[in-house]
Each structure stands twice: as C-alpha cells, then as structure tokens.
Ligand binder design. Structure first.
Ligand code: PHE
Length: 342
C-alpha cells in the first residue's frame, strides 16, 4: 500500500508538471481554452486524479485529498493568470487576416420626429422665416401671463402643467417664444420656433407628456389673416403635395383674435373620407390666429401700427400622418425595430 501511495503522489506530480509545460507553450486564447478543457473539465485530467483517492489507505486519504486540492487550485490560478496576461497585452488577437472586409460601423439616423422637424423648418426658412430657440423651462409669465392667459384659465391647471415652482413651469407650448422674440426684437418679425413641450397628460395613443411643436409668428405693418392663410396653404402643399387644401374653423385662444383651428384635406383619401380622417375628409392640424392686441401690450408693440399672425403645429401629429403611425408612444420607446425604418 505504501508503494501505491508513492506512485499516486508521483502521478499527481507528473500531471502537474505536464500541465505547466503545456501552459508555457500556450500562445493563443484557443490554446488556453483547449488546455483548460483538458485539465479542468468534469472529465479532465485533474478531476480524474480524484478517483485515485479511493486507492490509498483510509489514513492517507486526507493527505492525497489535500494535495489534489492544491494542484487543482494551482492549475486554475495559472490559467486565470494567463488569461489576464492575454487581456493586458492584447495578444489575444492572435490571428489577423488583413484581407477580410472591415466591420461596418452603424452610424444611426435622425429620429423620425427630428426628420419631420427639419423638413418643417426647411419649408419655413425657404419662405423667409428665421428660427428662434426657446427654453424648455419657462416663467409662468412667458408661458401664460404675457400670452393673455389669466390666472384662472384652465390651461394653467395643475392637471395640465408641470410646475417647477410658483414661478417656473415646463413650457406647455412653444408660444412663449413669441413673447421672448417680441421682447428682444422690433418688427418686422417672421420667425418659427421649434421645440419640445410638456403637459401632465397620461400617455395613450394620441397623448404624451412630452411632445414637439413648431410655433410661427409674423408681425409687421398691414399683416392680415389672408397672409396667414397663404403661408399655411403654401406650407401644407410643400409638405404633403400640391393638391392639399387647407380650411380654417373658428376657435379660441387667449393670445389670438380672431382664432382658428386649421385642417388639411385628408392626404390619404384626398378628402373623400376614410378611416384616418374619420370620414370627414379633413385632418386637424393645430391652432392659429391674428396676434391679440393684448399680447402686443405686454411686449410694448403699438397695436395701432402693427398686426401679426401666429400659428402652431404638433410635430408628432404630422409625423404620425406622414408615416402612418397610429400610436404616439412608439416615438419615445427607443425601439430600434421601429427607428431603423427611418
Ligand atoms: N399654442 C397653441 C397650442 O398649443 C397653438 C397656437 C399657436 C394657437 C399659435 C394659436 C397661435 O394649442
């Protein structure tokens, strides 16, 4: 039995020696993996040594067991160490074929909402409008007060507006940029203001607590509602094609008088009536109107000399029509299966 013990100890020592010899010749990660499997897998060389324990006297077993555990740990540590050294030296890139084509870098694309926004901007810039930028955080004064929206107006309700404090809100529309522009500049003014807006809406297929608008404002001597209609029609036809018609319906906004909602003739059924336009032949776009003289009062413009029109539009609404998307939420879900289509 004693001989047996010695033989077994030497078998273990041989195995360990052979392992370190093999390891010293491992030049690549593949080599290393091969050695790891050969020695450490469930049926590997180290594991099979454990069956030798049963062949020695009971009294010697702890000794053999301890020795085997030491070898197993030494093998594992050496493999780990080598793995790390591959990572450090970058030697892991053991095979380089310069004739293979490179990996294509995915460059991504503009978000569909930004593409629509760009298109809208381009059309208005082409008609002589400047682009003004506003802040997403607005004072209560610019978002409401100076737009002739008094304290008791329902659009100021906590239900609609994200209040940051009594004085500051996340803008609920891009209309405050009208005020900033008129505070900073004298007429003539012809500007659009694209940007993100926020309302405390519960998301559903047509509502999102964050959305985008483009505001338009034109102020000069002798600006009339006819100018507004002409600009909106030109815009509609540039965006959706020559045969699009525009209609204005009476409406109310505190900062325009008279006020209107404007619709485009349905781009899907050409006004015949379909599912998208709910058989009306018209698609609601947004609000517009002549700048209310009360607003000119807030920015020190002489309402006897100047007149102007303003309009708004929702970018999501236009994008949904353009791409036939029927749920607004998909624009914000960051789902590449959707975004990659644009
Ligand atoms: N700001 C209005 C809204 O968000 C739209 C609008 C803009 C109406 C300009 C009239 C003039 O609903």
């Amino acid at each position: 039995m004693a001989e047996n013990l010695e033989t077994i100890i030497s078998v273990i020592a041989e195995t360990e020696k052979a392992f370190f010899y093999r390891l010293s010749n491992a030049a690549t990660r593949d080599d290393l993996e091969e050695i790891r499997i050969e020695y450490l897998s469930r049926k590997g060389k180290v594991q099979s040594l454990f069956s030798l324990i049963g062949k020695v006297d009971g009294a010697d077993r702890p000794k053999i067991g301890a020795e085997l555990n030491r070898v197993k740990k030494a093998v594992q540590d050496a493999i780990d160490e080598k793995q790390k050294s591959f990572q450090r030296t970058g030697k892991a890139i053991e095979f380089f074929d310069p004739t293979l084509p490179g990996r294509t870098v995915s460059v991504g694309s503009l978000h569909p909402l930004m593409q629509v926004m760009d298109e809208v901007k381009q059309i208005f810039v082409g008609m002589g409008f400047r682009i003004e930028e506003g802040d997403e955080i607005e004072t209560d004064y610019h978002n409401f007060e100076a737009l002739n929206i008094p304290k008791h107006h329902p659009s100021r309700d906590m239900q609609d507006t994200f209040y940051l404090s009594d004085e500051y809100v996340l803008r609920t529309h891009t209309s405050p940029v009208q005020i900033h522009t008129m505070e900073d500049q004298k007429p003539p003014i012809r500007m659009i203001a694209p940007g993100r807006c926020f309302r405390k809406d519960t998301p559903d297929a047509t509502h999102s607590p964050t959305f985008h608008q483009v505001e338009g404002l034109c102020v000069d001597r002798g600006v009339s509602f006819a100018d507004l209609k002409g600009v909106v029609l030109a815009f509609a036809q540039k965006l959706f094609g020559k045969d699009v018609k525009v209609r204005f319906r009476p409406s109310f906004f505190p900062f325009t008088e008279p006020s209107a909602e404007y619709d485009f003739s349905c781009i899907f059924c050409k006004g015949q009536g379909c599912r998208v336009c709910k058989d009306t032949g018209w698609l609601e776009i947004s609000g517009a109107g002549m700048v209310d003289p009360a607003v000119f009062g807030f920015v020190d413009y002489n309402a006897d000399v100047y007149s102007g029109y303003a309009f708004g539009m929702g970018i999501e609404r236009i994008a949904m029509l353009k791409y036939q998307v029927n749920d607004i939420r998909i624009f914000y879900e960051n789902d590449l299966r959707f975004l990659k289509q644009f």
